[in-house]
Design a protein around this ligand. Structure first.
Ligand SMILES: Nc1nc2c(ncn2[C@@H]2O[C@H](COP(=O)(O)OP(=O)(O)OP(=O)(O)O)[C@@H](O)[C@H]2O)c(=O)[nH]1
Length: 360
């Protein structure tokens, strides 16, 4: 992924010239001042990542986002990052993997671990895996954002809090969806109640969806991270592979389109991910743009679900493919050719071995 899609192809030479040009007499007249300013801006633009001016007391660390399904963990991470990396849908439990999203500015770097909910009374193997992932995500984090829905405080929240209470982690309570509160003032007694029930390092009401109070949350996060050098390149957005992101984008499109008709345990496997550089077509002699060819298989549990995913005369799968391709082209900043398959893999969510073979 490039943050500078408009960089000219000969930029290495240009960068060299521009850096040399900045070394000018500081008593220069106004025209030269402007030139210097421009050169500095250009130099900064082309500067190798990580070389931007970092604060002396730069803070960095790992942040886990924890909470029961559907409270808005993925939305919160996406909106904090300003990028759509984790996948949201109206169905609970859409997050199955740990996803690292990285928020960097010149003062701090927060590396987010987006965890699935910690559930109880879940019998199926897939949920046990998710529980393990949720708990293991908490090892070695510097800060936990414990997310709750502003309108409800449920048994599941308490269960998660009990688990958190057994650790000596720093925990910030994020009261999400505050936009849904009819009376804004009602958040105050809510804060009071939460405060009495647990020793939170901070309590921040936000609306992840409407980007309300996220600046404050960002400040609070920074204040609880240790003073340390950046963990990742400050321009890096995710350490997840494009393959993974591609599969999550396809899954999201199906979930959005098929709604309640498909179970959340539908999975998408990327079978091929091949980058083809720009070249001249040997047959036609015409130039062809660089392109990434992606083949993916969507696994469902029953043939009825397969029919739903494919849709009437293949309409749904066609739309899913088109929507997913558009998102991928935007995210990866390159041309994509996407081929989708739908297969039935019976009862796979109950089968530990099948889960392992699918990469869980
Ligand atoms: N009104 C409102 N809705 C929100 C807000 N944040 C998230 N949502 C909605 O809540 C639903 C669930 O959000 P997700 O981000 O997928 O929730 P999650 O906690 O990651 O869910 P799991 O992946 O199931 O653990 C989506 O429909 C979001 O649009 C918010 O601040 N306000």
């Amino acid at each position: 992924m490039s943050n500078h899609p408009d960089v000219p192809s000969n930029n290495e030479d240009s960068t060299q010239n521009m850096i040399e040009n900045t070394d000018v007499d500081t008593n220069a007249d106004s025209v030269e001042d402007i030139t210097l300013e421009n050169d500095l801006a250009i130099e900064e633009f082309f500067a190798p990542s990580g070389s931007a001016q970092l604060a002396d007391d730069f803070r960095s660390g790992y942040v886990a986002i924890v909470g029961r399904p559907n409270v808005g963990k993925s939305t919160l991470m996406n909106h904090l990052l300003g990028q759509k990396l984790s996948i949201t849908s109206r169905k609970p439990q859409t997050t199955r993997h740990r996803i690292h999203g990285i928020l960097s500015n010149h003062e701090m770097q927060a590396v987010f671990v987006d965890t699935p909910g910690i559930h109880r009374n879940e019998v199926r193997a897939i949920n046990e895996r998710m529980n393990k992932a949720a708990v293991s995500a908490l090892v070695d984090v510097d800060l936990v954002l414990f997310v709750v829905d502003s309108d409800q405080w449920r048994d599941d929240d308490l269960l998660t809090l009990q688990k958190l209470g057994e650790t000596d982690l720093t925990i910030v309570l994020v009261i999400n969806k505050s936009d849904t509160l009819k009376d804004k003032g009602s958040v105050l007694p809510l804060i009071e109640t939460f405060n009495e029930s647990f020793d939170f390092a901070d309590i921040v009401p936000v609306s992840a969806l409407k980007n309300q109070n996220l600046d404050r949350l960002q400040e609070v996060i920074a204040s609880h991270l240790p003073v340390a050098a950046p963990i990742y390149d400050t321009e890096q957005i995710t350490d997840r592979s494009e393959r993974f992101l591609a599969s999550e984008i396809i899954r999201e499109k199906i979930m959005r389109s098929a709604g309640d008709e498909v179970p959340y345990d539908l999975t998408v496997q990327i079978d091929a991910f091949k980058d083809e550089p720009a070249h001249t077509d040997p047959k036609t002699g015409r130039p062809r743009k660089a392109c990434t060819f992606i083949d993916a298989t969507i696994y469902v549990e029953r043939s009825g679900q397969k029919a739903i995913v494919i849709g009437d005369k293949g309409q749904r799968i066609k739309q899913v493919g088109m929507d997913a391709r558009k998102d991928m082209e935007q995210l990866f900043n390159k041309k994509i050719m996407l081929t989708l398959w739908v297969k039935v893999k019976r009862g796979w969510s109950d089968d530990e071995r099948a889960l392992t073979s699918l990469g869980y």
